[in-house]
Design a protein around this ligand. Structure first.
Ligand SMILES: Nc1ncnc2c1ncn2[C@@H]1O[C@H](COP(=O)(O)OP(=O)(O)OP(=O)(O)O)[C@@H](O)[C@H]1O
Ligand SMILES: [Mg+2]
Length: 508
């Protein structure tokens, strides 16, 4: 279906792709993997015609395509589901799907015909989509299915999915995989980008690996293993199962006392949550996305109104103070959404790294910001956190997904407060970076900081936390010591456990 040979692509002096190779066969699911910044998204954007290719050769169905544009790509049957969805919030699902490609009946849009076509796809591929809802009323998983249908209505037989599971809950990922398998059965060819090797091993027929803009190789799923893939990606072995460092719980740095908060949905309301975090320990919050974890974090960090109850940081009442005041009181926060809350995309890496501390010494002497120290500091952090490219002056706009996340993590753990609230800290980062971010969280804990960890990844919760609380429908359904917890008992509690009002487990 597709053949990309000796592809070269630079952005200024950043060589995003140096020797890109990629082939796609009919009816296969082909995973593209590699470290953050390896050039995966760029390769696929080149295939979809979003940037001109500097050098190299692209063939679609054996036909040489000298200069591709998105219009040509769509005509040739290529569809792309981007990580940031491109849907119009105010329109309905059906309107979004047919936008720009409306079947007409005279001069009016033939909605009946459109609906029939779309309903055909929905049942054929087993998708759960409600056509009449507005985009702002549907879940991320459903929005993604809408994007897939959109490519189908435009006649796609090649569909590129760039990190589709990064935004999904494990349940939604299962649903997506069923759809992908149905599409494959029907002869569609799929490109799947992911950092999760277990997903890659489950869904792919073939896997191609890139490293630093270069093509490393392709392997059949049957003939490889996660450890071989990891080695191909970073050129050395990776050990994600690190030893947990001993917790030395000290004073309480966070106390949440019977907090009530309203949420967007009924199940995301917080109803009387109490928990605490001590110095020198990591407390994990487990739960299916959307059960109030985000709202609880917003309440703690000052982004959402607490209706009843109180929040204490380092012994001081911070209930309903501004986020700025709470930060000053010693709270660091790696937010869930790096694009809207974590980063200022119009500023450089350097400016983002120091954004919270510019008005304080040593960067600010009187009214003059010390540019040289700022640059040195940013350089050092880029080094320690392996932010690529290694140039603090460039805009965060052009960073790859995982490197953008590293900037946020670097800034937050370096300002050194009392409490670190880490929401989905390794979302979208490669396994090498997961390893280093997890190590950093352990170091921070060893230095006496308290860490509140929220992750959709149970494996992450289990491997880092000293204590675990489980949330379901805005309540805590269980509290467990790390050694008592496993995927089974956590899973049960995440589904509601013994009942909404009852709590299980032994520790507090
Ligand atoms: N529009 C752009 N302008 C400048 N540089 C860019 C642009 N897009 C990508 N880059 C750079 O090209 C390199 C490859 O980026 P790309 O987004 O392809 O990586 P990736 O493999 O998808 O990584 P990730 O897993 O983090 O998403 C990175 O160094 C990135 O900073
Ligand atoms: Mg990418």
């Amino acid at each position: 279906m597709i053949e990309m040979k000796d592809i070269v692509k630079s952005f200024g002096n950043v060589h995003a792709v140096k020797s890109g190779q990629f082939t796609l066969k009919k009816g296969e699911i082909h995973s593209l993997i590699g470290e953050n910044g390896a050039g995966k998204s760029t390769m696929m954007k080149l295939l979809y015609g979003m940037y001109p290719i500097d050098e190299g050769n692209l063939r679609i169905h054996g036909e040489n395509i000298p200069s591709i544009t998105p219009k040509i790509a769509i005509e040739k049957g290529i569809g792309m589901v981007h990580q940031e969805f491109m849907l119009v919030n105010e329109l309905t699902v059906l309107e979004n799907i047919i936008l720009g490609f409306e079947p007409r009946h005279g001069i009016t849009i033939d909605f009946d015909k459109a609906r029939k076509t779309v309903e055909q796809y929905i049942s054929q591929y087993g998708m759960d989509i409600q056509l009449g809802k507005r985009i702002n009323q549907i879940s991320v998983g459903e929005a993604q299915r809408v994007e897939i249908i959109k490519t189908l209505t435009r006649g796609a037989n090649v569909i590129i999915l760039d990190e589709p599971t990064a935004v999904l809950t494990p349940q939604e990922t299962r649903q997506l995989f069923v759809i992908l398998q149905n599409l494959r059965k029907d002869g569609k060819s799929l490109v799947f980008i992911s950092h999760k090797l277990n997903e890659v091993m489950e869904i792919s027929d073939r896997i191609s690996v890139m490293r630093q803009g270069n093509y490393i190789g392709s392997v059949n799923k049957e003939e490889t293993s996660p450890s071989e893939l990891a080695k191909m990606m970073i050129g050395r072995e990776v050990f994600l199962n690190m030893e947990k460092t001993q917790a030395k719980p000290g004073e309480k740095v966070l106390e949440v006392k019977d907090v009530w908060v309203s949420g967007e949905k009924e199940i995301s309301k917080i109803r009387g949550v109490s928990l605490d975090v001590r110095e020198g320990e990591i407390v994990g919050i487990a739960g299916i996305d959307g059960n109030g974890q985000s709202e609880l974090i917003e309440a703690i960090t000052g982004l959402r109104q607490v209706e009843k109850g109180s929040v204490l940081l380092d012994g001081k009442d911070i209930t309903n103070l501004s986020p700025k005041k709470i930060r000053k009181g010693g709270l660091s926060h790696i937010p869930e959404d790096r694009n809207t809350r974590g980063l200022n995309r119009s500023m450089s890496i350097k400016e983002n790294l120091i954004a919270v501390s510019v008005s304080e010494p040593p960067f600010c002497r009187g009214l003059v910001q010390n540019q040289k120290d700022m640059l040195e500091y940013a350089k050092k952090l880029s080094e320690v956190f392996d932010i690529r490219p290694r140039d603090p002056e460039i805009s965060t706009q052009s960073l790859s997904g995982g490197n953008a996340q590293k900037v946020v993590v670097a800034r937050e753990v370096s300002i050194g407060g009392k409490l670190l609230v880490a929401s989905q800290p390794t979302r979208g980062v490669d396994i090498g970076a997961i390893e280093s971010i997890r190590k950093i969280l352990q170091e921070v804990k060893s230095k006496g900081m308290g860490v509140l960890l929220i992750s959709a990844d149970l494996e992450e919760i289990l491997s880092l936390s000293d204590r675990i609380v489980v949330m379901h429908e805005g309540r805590i359904t269980g509290r467990l010591k790390a050694e008592e917890a496993n995927e089974d008992n956590l899973g049960l509690l995440m589904m509601g456990g013994a009942g909404p009002a009852e709590e299980r487990g032994s520790t507090t």
